[in-house]
Design a protein around this ligand. Structure first.
Ligand SMILES: C[S@@+](CC[C@H](N)C(=O)[O-])C[C@H]1O[C@@H](n2cnc3c(N)ncnc32)[C@H](O)[C@@H]1O
Length: 105
């Protein structure tokens, strides 16, 4: 099966399941997935940081990533409040280590 774009794919996904976006960035694609698949539980997972955040030349990029995190928090403010969407600000490995196998649909 093929899909023309992610919008078509997200609309095809079964609704009301437990899902996540790994690597949220500014939340644009997560928003589309949340709106189209209507998950019963939806995790936003991104470290919104860099592997070596202490390095001085990385500071501008770190500020950009912090802004993306803040933007995502604003974008999802309502669903976070109403659905209790978990926002996990960790690396994918750390985040998925904390979640049980079989947790996601
Ligand atoms: C290219 S963006 C993807 C955005 C969105 N998923 C999309 O498809 O438009 C990649 C995101 O993954 C995050 N990321 C990269 N490596 C990661 C890791 N190991 N753990 C958590 N987040 C990570 C980055 O912080 C960045 O926000």
């Amino acid at each position: 099966m093929t899909w023309a774009d992610r919008k078509e794919l997200f609309a095809w996904l079964p609704k009301y399941r437990v899902g996540a976006e790994l690597g949220v960035k500014d939340g644009e694609s997560a928003q589309l997935l949340f709106d189209l698949a209507e998950p019963s539980m939806f995790y936003l997972i991104d470290y919104w940081s860099l592997p070596k955040p202490h390095l001085p030349h990385m500071q501008p990029e770190l500020r950009r990533r912090e802004k993306r995190y803040q933007h995502t928090m604003k974008r999802f403010a309502k669903p976070i409040a109403s659905h209790g969407i978990p926002v996990i600000r960790e690396t994918r490995v750390q985040a998925t280590d904390e979640l049980h196998d079989g947790w996601f649909d």
